[in-house]
Design a protein around this ligand. Sequence first.
Ligand code: GDP
Length: 419
Amino acid sequence: MSKKSLSLVVVGHVDHGKSTVIGRLLHDTHSLPQGTIDKVKKIAKETGKPFEYAYLLDAFEEEQQQGITIDTTQIQFQTDNREYVIIDAPGHVEFLKNMISGAANAEAAFLIVDVKKGVEEQTKRHAYMLKLLGIKKVYAIFNKMDLVDYEQARFEAVKADLIDFLTPLNLTVLDFVPVSAFFGENILEQTGIMPWYQGLTLIALLDSIDNDTSLSEQALRFPIQDVYKFDDRRIIAGRIESGILRKGDEIQIFPDGRKTVVESFTTWHETGEKTVAYPGESIGITVRDEFFNNRGEVITHAVTPPLVSNAFLANLFWMGKTPLVKGKRYKIKLATQEVYATVATIEKVLDASTLSQFEDAQVVNINDVAEVVFNLEKTIVFDSFKDFDVTGRFVVIDGFDVSGGGTIAEKREIAEASL
Ligand code: GDP
C-alpha cells in the first residue's frame, strides 16, 4: 500500500445511518474478522430481528473492547489503495474530548444526512463542531436514497438546505454523495439506479482524498509530556505536533523562552542513530543545557515563537450538564498543560442550530457556542487556532467532567494584580 493511512470521523443526527454506513464500509471492503457476519446474522435470526449492517459495527467494537469501557474506538479497514482509521465516539462529548485532547486527529469527516428526513438540529450542531475543530475535508453523505426512490429532486432539495446553513458559517462541503447504506448502493458499486449522479462511489471518493501534508510544513510545536531522568541524562519526551525537529537544531522552550540545542534523540525500537523527527512521532530528546524542564512546556524553533499569556479570547462549544457561568472557575487542558481559569466575559452567544446571536450574556447553555474570554491563573503557551491545531484548542473541565471545547481566537492579557 503506497499511501499513508487516513483518519476519518463519521457524524450525523441519530438514526440517520452512521453505524450502517460504517458497517457497510467494513463489509464491502472485507475488513471484518472472519465469521463476524455469520455470527451477527445468526443472532439476528435467533432474536427474531432483521439483519442490520449497524450490528456489524457493534460486534466489531465489542470484540475490540473486550469489556473495557473506552471513549473512542478506532475502527480500521482497508481498500486496495490504503488503510483507514475511523474514529468512532459514542456521542459528541466523547468525540470532541478526543479530538481536542489530541487522542484522535481526524483528517476528513463524513456528515451523514437521512435524505428523507433532511437536515435536522443535530446535523447542524455536528456541522458546526466540525467547523470549530477546523476539519476542512468535510463530505456530506446523503443516506437512505432508497426511501426517496433514488430521486434527484429530493437530493438537490436537501443539498440546498444544507448549503443554506453552512454558507454563513464559512464551512464548505467538498462533495455530496447519495447512497443507500442499507442496500449498498453507491458504497463500493453503483447499479445505475441513480443515472443522474455522475460522481464517485463512497469508497472511490475515500481513495481520492489526499493526506494532510501541511503539518510537516508548519512551524515546530513539541509540547513536553514528561521529563525522565535516565542515568545522568534528562530525557524530554513528547509528541511532535507540527514541524520537523533535527539533531543540532537550536530550540526555544516556552513559556520562559530559554534557548538550547538538541543533542540527541532517544528511540526505543529503531536501530541506527536517529537524527530527525516528523509530526505525529512520539520521541525523547536530550538537550545541551540542563534546565529543569516540565510537562506542559512547549518547544519550538527560535524563529517561530508561540503566544505566551495569562488570558485569551476563544470560540467555545458548551456541552456541560449545567450552563457555563461568567465569573466561575474551570480547569482548562491545552496540549499537555493544565490551568485553572475564570470566565471573564461572555462576548457573544450563538445557538448552533439556529445561528441566532445574543450579546453580553451571563451564561452559556448546553449546545450553545460562544465567544468567551478566559483569565488564566498562570501564564501558559498557546497559539491562535487558525495557525496551529493542537496548541490552538483546549477542553474545559467542570468538576470532573469535560464540559466544553474551544479554539483560541486571540491572545489577551491581564495585569497580575487583577488575578
Ligand atoms: P445511527 O444512529 O446514525 O448510527 O443509525 P443506524 O445506522 O443505526 O440506522 C438507523 C436505522 O436506519 C436502522 O434501522 C437502519 O437499518 C436504517 N437505515 C440505515 N441506512 C439505511 C438506508 O440506506 N436505507 C434504509 N431504508 N434504512 C437505513
